[in-house]
Design a binder for this molecule. Structure first.
Ligand code: VAH
Length: 332
C-alpha cells in the first residue's frame, strides 16, 4: 500500500481530484504532485510538490529517481479547444510529453495511467453505441494526439512490456478545479453561471448530446483500472468508459428543477464543430467485462451534488468563482 506515485498535471481538473484520492489511498507523502506552475500559498497542503513541464524529459527522469517513483499518473495535457488555439503546444505536451513518460517508464519499469478521450472518434465513427474498436478519424488536433497517444501506449506495452493503462474519458464534470479549455466545459460553466448570474450563454447548440461523467466516477474508474490484475487488461490502447449522455438543453432542464429561474441562451462557436465530430453515446461493455467498471452518478445525481458543493464555494471564496464567460485565454 506504500506505492510511490508521481502525478503530472496535478493542478488540472482531473489531476486535482486524483491527487487527493491517491493521497487518501496511499498516504500523503507517497504522492508527488507536479505541474508546470509553482505552488501557490493557498496550496501549502499539497506537499510534496515539484514544478515539472512534461516536455522536459531530463527533469522527469530526475524526479522519478529522486523520489524512487513506481507509478506515474500522467494527467498533463492540452484539451480540445485550447489545442485548436495553440496547436504546437498541444502536440508538444500531448505527444512529446507522453513519449517522455513512456520512455522513462520503460527504463525504470514504472506503471503508467494516461487519459485518452472519446475525441479519438470522428465523423465516420458510429455516433450511437460507439464500440471499443471502431473507425477513429478525429477532426481535432487534440483528438489526433489522443489517437496517436493510444497507439504509443499499445506499442510500449506490446514491444517493451510497459504496464501502461488508459481510459477514453468523456466530458468530466467537477466542482473542485475548473476545466481548462475543453469543448465539454459548457457542462461545468453552466453550474457556476446558474448560481452566480442566474443565466448562461452556452457555446454549443441545445441539442448537442455528448457522453459525460461525474468526477467521482472518473476517479473510481482510474483507480479500478490501475488496481486490476494486469492479466485482466486486454486493451492496451485505451478503454471506452461511459456513464451518462445528455444534451445541453437536458442539463438546463435538470438545473431548473433546483433553480427554476435559471435561463440559458445559445451562441455556438468554433467548439460546436468539435462537439459534432464526437459520439453521442459510447459502448463501454468491454471495460465492464474486463475489470468490472460501473458508474454511479446519473444526471439528476450529478446536478444535485454539483449545486450543493458549488453553492458552498461561490461567494465565499472568489477563487472558486468562474469569472463569467471567458474567451479561450492563452497559456497552456
Ligand atoms: C475536452 N474535456 O473537452 C475534454 C474531453 C471528451 C472531452 O476530452 O477537450
Amino acid at each position: 500500500m506504500n506505492e510511490r506515485i508521481l502525478v503530472t498535471g496535478a493542478k488540472g481538473q482531473i489531476g486535482s481530484d486524483l491527487a487527493i484520492a491517491l493521497r487518501d489511498r496511499y498516504g500523503a507523502k507517497q504522492v508527488i504532485e507536479t505541474s508546470r506552475r509553482p505552488l501557490s500559498a493557498s496550496d501549502a497542503n499539497r506537499l510534496p510538490y515539484e514544478v515539472l513541464d512534461v516536455t522536459d524529459k531530463r527533469r522527469l527522469q530526475e524526479l522519478v529517481e529522486q523520489y524512487r517513483i513506481e507509478t506515474i499518473y500522467h494527467l498533463a495535457g492540452v484539451l480540445s479547444a485550447k489545442g485548436e488555439q495553440y496547436p504546437d503546444r498541444c502536440w508538444q505536451v500531448n505527444i512529446d510529453g507522453l513519449r517522455n513518460v513512456l520512455e522513462v517508464a520503460k527504463t525504470h519499469r514504472l506503471k503508467v495511467f494516461w487519459p485518452s478521450s472519446i475525441a479519438v472518434f470522428g465523423p465516420h465513427s458510429p455516433k450511437m453505441g460507439t464500440p471499443q474498436f471502431a473507425i477513429e478519424d478525429p477532426s481535432s488536433l487534440y483528438g489526433i494526439t489522443k489517437a496517436a497517444g493510444e497507439m504509443l501506449c499499445r506499442y510500449s506495452a506490446d514491444r517493451f512490456g510497459v504496464d501502461v493503462r488508459s481510459l477514453r474519458l468523456p466530458g468530466i464534470i467537477s466542482h473542485r478545479a475548473l476545466p481548462g479549455g475543453g469543448t465539454t466545459d459548457f457542462a461545468v460553466e453552466m453550474f457556476y453561471d446558474a448560481l452566480k448570474y442566474g443565466s448562461y450563454t452556452c457555446f454549443v447548440r441545445p441539442d448537442t448530446r455528448l457522453p459525460m461523467m461525474y468526477m467521482p466516477d472518473a476517479i473510481a474508474a482510474i483507480l479500478a483500472l490501475m488496481q486490476a490484475n494486469s492479466t485482466a487488461i486486454a486493451v492496451r490502447s485505451s478503454y471506452n468508459v461511459a456513464a451518462v449522455s445528455f444534451s445541453a438543453v437536458e442539463l438546463v432542464a435538470e438545473i431548473q428543477t433546483h433553480l427554476p429561474h435559471f435561463t440559458c441562451d445559445y451562441a455556438p462557436d468554433f467548439r460546436q464543430a468539435i462537439a459534432d465530430s464526437w459520439p453521442s453515446v459510447i459502448d463501454d461493455s468491454q471495460a465492464r467485462q474486463d475489470w468490472g467498471w460501473q458508474h454511479c452518478y446519473d444526471l439528476p445525481a450529478i446536478v444535485a451534488d454539483m449545486l450543493v458543493h458549488l453553492s458552498q464555494h461561490i461567494g465565499s471564496n472568489g477563487a472558486a468563482d468562474r469569472a463569467g464567460p471567458q474567451p479561450i485565454s492563452g497559456g497552456v
